[in-house]
Design a protein. Structure first.
Length: 61
C-alpha cells in the first residue's frame, strides 16, 4: 500500500498537505468564531511593568 493512499473517509478526513492543528505554528483556523478577533498584544511598557512586579528579568527590547 502506498503512503498517500487513504485509509479512511470519516469525520477526521483531511488533506494530506495540511498540518494538524496541534502540530502547526500559530492559532488554528477554527479557534475563533467569524465575528471574533484576536486581542491586542500587550505593549512593551506593559510587559516591562508586569515583569518588574513579578521580579522577573526585563525582556530585551
Amino acid at each position: 500500500m502506498s503512503e498517500s493512499e487513504k485509509i479512511t473517509t470519516g469525520a477526521n478526513d483531511r488533506a494530506v498537505d495540511e498540518p494538524l492543528a496541534s502540530g502547526a505554528p500559530g492559532i488554528p483556523d477554527d479557534a475563533l468564531l467569524p465575528s471574533e478577533t484576536l486581542p491586542e498584544p500587550p505593549s512593551d511598557e506593559e510587559v516591562a511593568r508586569v515583569a518588574r512586579q513579578l521580579g522577573a528579568p526585563l525582556p530585551d527590547a
